[in-house]
Design a protein around this ligand. Sequence first.
Ligand SMILES: *Cc1c(COP(=O)(O)O)cnc(C)c1O
Length: 391
Amino acid sequence: MDTLYLDNAATTPLHPKALAAMMPFLEGKFHNPNSVYGPARAVRQAIDEARAVVASAIGARPDEIFFTGSGTEADNWALNGVMTASPEKRHVITSSVEHHGVLYTCRALEKRGYDVTYLPVDADGLVNPDDLREALRPDTALVSVIMANNEVGTIQPLTALTEITRRNNIPFHTDAIQAVGHIPVDVNALGVDMLALSAHKFGGPNGVGALYIRKGTPVSPLIYGGAQERGRRAGTENAAGIVGMAEALSLTMKEMPHENPRVSALRDKLIAQITSKIPHVKLNGHPTQRLPGNVNISFKFIEGESLLLHLDMQGCCASTGSACSSGALEPSHVLMAMGLPHAMANGAIRFSFGCGNTDADIGRLMAMLVPSVERLRAMSPLYDDYIAASI
Ligand SMILES: *Cc1c(COP(=O)(O)O)cnc(C)c1O
């Protein structure tokens, strides 16, 4: 039996056409794009074309795109780069529902003596623009708020936030890694100054991403060395990865007009089935302002981790949403920030659909999910207490 892959928010399978586009650069076209002979110029040209593709997908100019070694790297660079470039400013504002790539960079900045304000979110995971307005200080160097949350799928209306930072001349970074390739993203319509994206979240290879930096934004180089990425991120370019990312992005942009509604329909159907067939569940994240592929559900009385193991044994790949780095069962910081009780946060599972999923996957999942939840609840002391109390 094939595995049932419902973890596209963690990573997506490499698109065969992206692989095909990469292969020449792993074989014959190995030349260093910085060298001054014909074959090297061909590699350079491929990188330039990829830069133009990535730029046009987000409404940017090619010279505002800087390739990186991952989405996490782009997030780290945005934050550290602005703080280093503005030494007189000591304050960063972010949200309490960031990916660890931003959250832990902020924690590291705090250790180095910077002040960080973590904006609260409401029960759906949205930041209130008034909270941002109140958090601004004369020494605020940067605001960074995630565009679409990787755990719960909530899409933040960024323009309400960037209106405020623009008026105050403060650079705004967004982690748009879950958004790019899945929902329309335009840096000018959003009003952002920096934006991180990552290839493996839209059918490209792992280990390549990009940071958009609006011209004029003060950002220090990430890596010193050669003149690559206009001297701001030195190191010989990952030509195959960059070309693969551009190919995947151009395919996904072409497919978005029909994939977005198709995947959204799978999402809505799964939410409807779970909430109608399984009692004591809660949908996490915004009910409508959410990523097309994201379903995050808390199953009361059970541990999400236990449910994941049950599903894994039946060949289904899903996630609790937050990678559990410590090995301890810590509840997700995102769900806690949204005000979920501990027990509900620990009972959360994320299913994320991608272009490889079909309607048949919902039936397959439900056939595993319903008995697994029943079995785990039958063993749950919390559920026993609940039943005893209701008799
Ligand atoms: C996956 C992800 C990242 C990390 O990207 P990598 O390329 O895996 O480093 C950062 N932020 C969000 C929202 C993500 O979903």
